[in-house]
Unconditional design. Structure first.
Length: 140
């Protein structure tokens, strides 16, 4: 599920959750790869990919690169695992680079400010049928 939120000055700072700024994207999906920590020359960050499933028959999943830069988002992302259902929010970015073959390439990604992992559904244990007392045993 994908939401692109645009806000007016009157709602900035209200509501929490995904309402953080004008260029803000909030996506719920499943992590496609195990998150990894990357130690760069200047900064450390964490990255992975998320698959947001579109509603409708035969629609492909939307795949986005996810990058965490903040001291709070990095450990939160690294606690997640491949396949976990998460909701991420942050800034949508188009990343451009030149490939080894000299072709210009681009991809869409999200620099996250927040990640929330959804609890896995609990396995429901089948319950034994309740035995009701006979009509003669009822107190009324």
């Amino acid at each position: 599920m994908v939401w692109i939120l645009e806000q007016r000055a009157a709602v900035l700072g209200r509501g929490g959750g995904c309402l953080m700024g004008v260029n803000n994207l909030c996506i719920t999906g499943h992590l496609g790869i195990e998150p990894e920590e990357v130690k760069g020359e200047r900064r450390t960050f964490a990255r992975c990919r998320i698959a947001a499933h579109q509603i409708g028959k035969d629609k492909p999943s939307l795949w986005l690169d996810v990058t965490a830069w903040s001291q709070w988002a990095i450990p939160d992302l690294l606690r997640c695992s491949k396949g976990d259902k998460v909701t991420v929010s942050g800034r949508l970015e188009c990343r451009e680079w030149t490939g080894r073959d000299g072709e210009k390439r681009s991809s869409w990604g999200i620099s996250i400010d927040q990640i929330d992992r959804h609890a896995p559904p609990e396995k429901i244990q089948p319950q034994r049928p309740v035995e009701l007392p006979a009509d003669d045993d009822l107190p009324f």
